[in-house]
Design a binder for this molecule. Structure first.
Ligand code: 0X9
Ligand code: ZN
Length: 428
């Protein structure tokens, strides 16, 4: 890239990410259950921001503030836990990623490309414009629903896609959402890609003949927007109605806010924490929207998938303690079918998906997650998909944009396989 282009882009992006100045990120690799357990406490003591939880035989990635770094590495060494520095200065790494993202944005603009990009990240406005546009262009199949505004007033929007305007109640419904965790930027594009494949570039027409679809790309628009404008690693919503201290520490972890064993495990009672569960179940308008969709179509939803990143995992209930649901054989079968279909289209540099119970695979307990809630109210097949992360300085969250389309298209194969098997297993 020419010097002046870099200089120009840097003047736009390098003033950002100040809050991550001198922060470091570390890979950590537990080699035993004991080490895994010890890591849990260490991460809490040193106020780590966990981007990807380490599991046995798979390293995790965590951010550590400058003042905690020495103590953190000393503690890991004392416990014999392997680690390596991932980025010695998080701000610089994020600046580098931004330059790439901005350059791509400029290039697409210069080429007059107005459509939703799959070679770059999708900002909130462009996703919302796409949803409106596709509903206008395909009124016979697509209905735009805007049931509520987010805490900050952005519309929370989803599409109902159906050949019978949802009137054929014998058809099963498949519901996929993304973007509840703001910083997991690869999640919304996998949902918009599913829209694209069901409406614009149809290669599996039977999926619309046999199913009705609900697709909600950005559950948490406030947080998502905030990660583009203010804090790249923001995870939560942006509400400040929780507790007096939420004025300085806004937001709730949407994936701890559902009414499934709410706030019993895997949460933090401080509104400042990334896993704050909120003042009560469904305190957030964003999770209430998902709850209401689930209840409105409860007798017809056979498959609910919530898209997250990262770690290449397909997780199913129960996430609080690793016990299995009555239909765990089906849950595993459909999860494995999705993983197999993804693998058949994947690239060798992507890690293989691990399929299993949420708690047993990720190694930490969670309560209040949407996948568990949906299952607890009667949706037979519910999954959290942790998409792959690869490339760029912040692999995982900033998956290299050149991989976005690959992730979307291989994930679509997973949806196709999951839908078909769900239909075979749960539709009489
Ligand atoms: O911790 C979470 O909310 C999810 N991982 S993430 O890195 N995307 O934050 C995993 C939730 C899995 N647990 C259940 N579904 N119960
Ligand atoms: Zn997530």
């Amino acid at each position: 890239m020419k010097f002046w282009t870099v200089f120009f882009l840097c003047t736009i992006v390098c003033a950002k990410h100040e809050q991550y100045m001198r922060w470091r990120s570390y890979y950590i690799s537990p080699n035993s259950q004991d080490q895994l357990r010890a890591i849990g406490a260490i991460l809490q003591d040193f106020e780590a921001d966990v981007l990807s939880r380490p599991i046995l035989k798979r390293e995790g990635l965590v951010l550590i503030k400058p003042e905690q770094q020495d103590g953190f590495t000393k503690m890991l060494e004392e416990k014999g836990i392997e680690y390596r520095i991932h980025s010695a200065d998080v701000k610089t790494a994020l600046d580098k990623d931004d330059i790439l993202i901005q350059a791509k944005k400029k290039e697409n603009l210069a080429r007059g490309k107005k459509e939703l990009p799959y070679d770059n990240y999708q900002e909130l406005e462009i996703i919302n414009t796409y949803l409106v546009d596709i509903a206008n262009r395909y009124p016979d199949k697509v209905t735009l629903v805007s049931p509520a505004n987010s805490f900050e007033g952005h519309p929370i929007q989803y599409l109902k896609i159906s050949t019978t305007n949802f009137n054929d109640t014998s058809k099963p419904v498949i519901f996929i959402d993304g973007g509840i965790h703001a910083r997991e930027w690869i999640a919304p594009p996998t949902v918009t890609w599913a829209i694209h494949k069901l409406v614009e570039n149809v290669t599996e027409p039977e999926l619309l003949d046999d199913f009705d679809w609900i697709l909600l790309p950005v559950v948490n628009p406030d947080g998502y927007k905030y990660t583009f404008t203010n804090a790249r690693f923001w995870r939560k919503t942006r509400s400040i109605n929780q507790d007096p201290s939420s004025i300085t520490c806004p937001g709730v972890d949407g994936n701890r806010n559902y009414d499934f064993l709410w706030n019993t495990v895997g949460t933090d009672n401080s509104p400042c924490a990334d896993t704050y569960a909120g003042s009560e179940p469904f305190s957030e308008v964003e999770t209430r929207v998902v709850r209401d969709i689930l209840h409105e179509h409860l007798n017809r939803i056979t498959l609910y998938i919530t898209m997250h990143s990262y770690g290449s995992m397909i997780l199913y209930p129960w996430g609080n303690n690793g016990t299995l649901s009555n239909n765990s054989v089906d849950l595993h079968r459909v999860g494995s079918a999705m993983a197999d279909a993804i693998h058949a289209k994947s690239l060798s540099e992507f890690p293989e998906y691990v399929v299993g119970n949420s708690f047993l695979v990720i190694g930490y307990a969670t309560a209040g997650a949407s996948e568990d809630y949906a299952h607890s109210i009667g949706v037979p097949l519910t999954y959290t998909i942790e998409l792959p992360g690869l490339g760029m300085s912040f692999e995982g969250f900033n998956l290299d944009p050149s991989y976005i389309e690959q992730v979307c298209s291989e994930t679509w194969e997973g949806f196709v396989a999951g839908a078909k098997l769900a239909g075979e297993l749960y539709v009489k």
